[in-house]
Design a protein around this ligand. Structure first.
Ligand SMILES: C[S@@+](CC[C@H](N)C(=O)[O-])C[C@H]1O[C@@H](n2cnc3c(N)ncnc32)[C@H](O)[C@@H]1O
Length: 290
């Protein structure tokens, strides 16, 4: 059995909310997805033509997050990485789709602003690495960023994100211009000027290493600085092992009560019980210092 990164986990408050992890995982210690050989096989079979992005139907445990109810968008759902096949060689390293808790996003951005970023927000481009259905892109667009870009590998998720952006703009909620690019994060060219890259645990170490290598190359010739906001920082060790990166924050960022209730309920409804949720996310903020 191999474990790999996922969404957010561990009963932070010690409460006994359902945490039906597969055998070998006694406690929800941290956010994880669990890959069990047999289950993988079943998942792959279920992929075929019969099911479309498993996890997005009510009978599969789908529960709407209050963010979607309030704003009329569609960012809820938990889709395991094994169901997110785009044909790209990095598919097998995809952790899962799950929208970030808005309260965690907002708290981490506030923290980042206190770390003394290189540029003003108005000069900085926000890049969501693994944008999914676009929840973090929508949230970032409410701030005064120069631009907001989401990069998403899976075409269906990228399409949903674009629809959400249309709804968001039409409602007058977007302050910054925003767009979604469909493709692999490693192939994405960082824009000029200060950039803050947001990662909600999108992939495993192999892709993280390639991404950092790519960014190092980009940073050699482009102007501007790069900061990384990393939520559910499972691949923290990869950043620690790379030259030129300085950690400016590391800690647990708490979910609001509403987000904690919503995420616990969503996790409790998963048919396969692979993931768990806690009242916080392990987060870090990194700065490229060359
Ligand atoms: C946990 S979700 C986060 C969604 C969004 N950032 C948010 O916070 O609401 C991670 C997303 O990363 C995407 N992803 C995984 N590997 C990727 C890659 N190599 N390039 C671009 N996107 C990727 C997945 O398809 C998934 O939608």
């Amino acid at each position: 059995m191999a474990a790999h990164a996922g969404v957010g986990c561990g009963p932070a408050d010690g409460s006994a909310y359902p945490c039906n992890l597969a055998s070998g995982w006694g406690v929800c210690a941290k956010v994880q997805t669990v890959k069990v050989d047999g289950r993988e096989k079943n998942g792959a079979a279920a992929m075929g033509t019969r099911r479309w992005l498993p996890g997005l139907k009510v009978k599969e445990g789908f529960t709407r997050h209050p963010f979607d109810v309030e704003f009329g968008v569609r960012t809820s759902g938990l889709v395991a990485g094994r169901h997110l096949k785009s044909g790209h060689r990095h598919d097998r390293h995809n952790t899962a789709y799950y929208g970030v808790a808005p309260s965690v996003f907002q708290a981490l951005v506030r923290r980042w602003r206190r770390t003394g970023p290189a540029g003003a927000m108005e000069e900085t481009t926000f890049v969501d690495v693994g944008a999914g259905m676009g929840r973090a892109v929508l949230l970032a667009s409410q701030l005064s960023f120069k631009a907001v870009v989401g990069v998403e590998l899976h075409p269906t998720l990228a399409g949903i994100a674009r629809k959400n952006m249309g709804i968001w703009r039409a409602a007058g909620r977007a302050r910054a211009p925003m767009r979604v690019v469909e493709g692999d994060a490693v192939d994405f060219d960082l824009p000029d000027g200060p950039v803050v890259a947001f990662l909600f645990n999108p992939f495993e170490a192999a892709v993280m290493r390639r991404l950092l290598k790519r960014w190092r190359k980009d940073l050699a010739w482009r102007t501007g600085e790069l900061d990384v906001l990393y939520v559910n920082n499972e691949q923290e060790g990869v950043l620690e092992g790379e030259r030129g990166w300085m950690r400016v924050f590391e800690g647990k960022v708490r979910r609001s009560k509403a987000d904690a209730i919503a995420d616990h309920r969503i996790m409790a409804n998963q048919p396969e019980g692979e993931y768990a949720s806690s009242n916080w996310e392990d987060c870090s903020i990194w700065r490229f210092v060359g």
